[in-house]
Design a protein around this ligand. Structure first.
Ligand SMILES: NC(=O)c1ccc[n+]([C@@H]2O[C@H](COP(=O)([O-])OP(=O)(O)OC[C@H]3O[C@@H](n4cnc5c(N)ncnc54)[C@H](OP(=O)(O)O)[C@@H]3O)[C@@H](O)[C@H]2O)c1
Length: 412
């Protein structure tokens, strides 16, 4: 607080871009209401961009720092310096937390300050608070998330119009759902950063973004969406964090097919959603807008208000689950083969040797070629990919095989 008898709560803002400018606009509009709730009146004490403001002056004149610059440097150094000076922090920076979360959370604990980051994952959907507070008493088994709105919009558009990836991406850019440079959205890296943070909180195990296996949606063909519809399947870019075996944790981001009964199957367009599974609670799904300046700024303001009231910190990692790379999964497999006798038998032989069992299969002819589209039962991924490599080498193959994971669960 500014001074004795003064009820001002001074908020220093680093970054004044899409989210920062929306936050600077939102804060004064809510100041009176926040003063009634907390007894303290928040006000902006300074703004830092590349061309204006001094970090040292803002730090000296603030009770809390909101970091909306993004990226690792200089955000990391600013946050460490601010916490060492005893200031609370609110950030929406998933890149930074997925690389240096442990260092930052440790600094917050040592300094007795709050480090809040609701806006870093799924925009305004309150995933962080629910994992840290509401579900603190549950043992979580699995989290599934659609945590990137750009890719969800593109896949929804491809399924709706039959457009290829490039056309749907151009539409996303035209409507403002994709950045001019969408690389980290479409290649899965943005979602991987968010899943690293989610997994850290859900499983109390340190997870670095480099431990998250991820794949994007650039290679998805409209054909795959069309054929899979015949099996009742819809495609999403799904982040998964789950306990595996005895003491293991797997964290990944892949395009995956869902059956219609899955709670994430109906999440369309630029929306985000996260499903948390635990024996005690069965399943909880949260969904809402995953990005956008005003939406994320509202999550940031919620964190500022929380930081003004009671202390909350991310406890030290109490678990050390092994991060596991090879897990069991069901797959959709698309093959273009020569339309000649015995091909299906040769494919079936490879699958059987790798213990891959077929759940359903469709065969469609096309001139002298045939398309075999199948869904296989859950199998160790290493076995499935070994089978796929063998199938790719068969002389009857007319194109590289394509595979996409299928999530088997339905909650109906
Ligand atoms: N946009 C979203 O919908 C969204 C959603 C969820 C989370 N986030 C997260 O929110 C954060 C901010 O995103 P944004 O979209 O608002 O970014 P942005 O529009 O690119 O704005 C970044 C701001 O930071 C300033 N900045 C950059 N480098 C700086 C430096 N070295 N020193 C001082 N200031 C610097 C920029 O200054 P100039 O004005 O001088 O360029 C700009 O004002 C990121 O961590 C992002 O991941 C964004």
């Amino acid at each position: 607080m500014a001074a004795d008898g003064d009820n001002r709560f001074r908020v220093g803002l680093l970054g004044h871009g899409t989210v920062g400018a929306a936050f600077a606009d939102l804060l004064p509009r809510h100041a009176d209401r926040i003063a009634r709730i907390t007894g303290l009146r928040p006000e902006l004490s300074g703004v830092l961009t590349r061309s204006r403001g001094s970090f040292e002056e803002i730090l000296a004149g603030s009770d809390l720092i909101v970091e909306l610059i993004g990226g690792i440097d200089p955000a990391r150094e600013y946050l460490l310096t601010a916490m060492r000076a005893g200031k609370h922090i609110v950030t929406a920076n998933k890149q930074l937390l997925s690389h240096h979360g442990e260092e930052l959370w440790e600094e917050a604990r040592v300094r007795g300050v709050q480090l809040r980051f609701e806006g870093a994952v799924a925009g305004v959907v309150p995933v962080i608070r629910v994992l840290q507070e509401s579900l603190a008493g549950a043992t979580i088994d699995r989290v599934h998330g659609i945590v990137n709105g750009t890719t969800n919009f593109i896949l929804t558009e491809m399924a709706r119009t039959g457009e290829p990836f490039a056309g749907a991406l151009a539409e996303a850019q035209r409507l403002g759902y994709a950045e001019a440079d969408p690389t980290e959205d479409v290649n899965g890296k943005d979602a991987a950063a968010k899943m690293a943070i989610i997994a850290r909180l859900a499983f109390e195990t340190p997870v670095h973004i480099d431990q998250v296996r991820y794949e994007g949606i650039e290679h998805i063909q409209p054909d795959d969406l069309e054929y899979a519809r015949d099996f009742g399947l819809g495609l999403k870019l799904i982040g998964t964090a789950e306990r595996v075996g005895d003491g293991g944790l797997s964290v990944s981001v892949y395009p995956a097919f869902l059956y219609p009964g899955h709670p994430l199957a109906s999440v369309n367009g630029p929306f985000n959603a996260v499903t948390v599974e635990s024996e005690a609670i069965t399943e909880i799904t949260m969904s809402g807008p995953g990005a956008g300046g005003p939406q994320t700024a509202s999550a940031v303001l919620g964190d500022v208000i929380s930081a003004m009231i009671p202390p909350a910190s991310t406890p030290p990692a109490t678990e050390s689950l092994d991060i596991v790379g090879d897990v069991t999964s069901s797959f959709y497999l698309y093959l273009e083969v020569a339309d000649e006798p015995g091909v299906l038998a040769r494919v079936a032989d490879v699958l059987a040797r790798q213990q891959v069992s077929v759940k359903s299969v469709l065969q469609k002819g096309l001139d002298d070629q045939a398309r075999l589209v199948m869904v296989v039962h859950p199998v160790l991924e290493s076995r499935f990919f070994a089978a796929m490599r063998e199938i790719a080498a068969l002389s009857a193959m007319r194109a590289a095989p394509r595979a996409i994971r299928v999530i088997e669960e339905e909650f109906v």
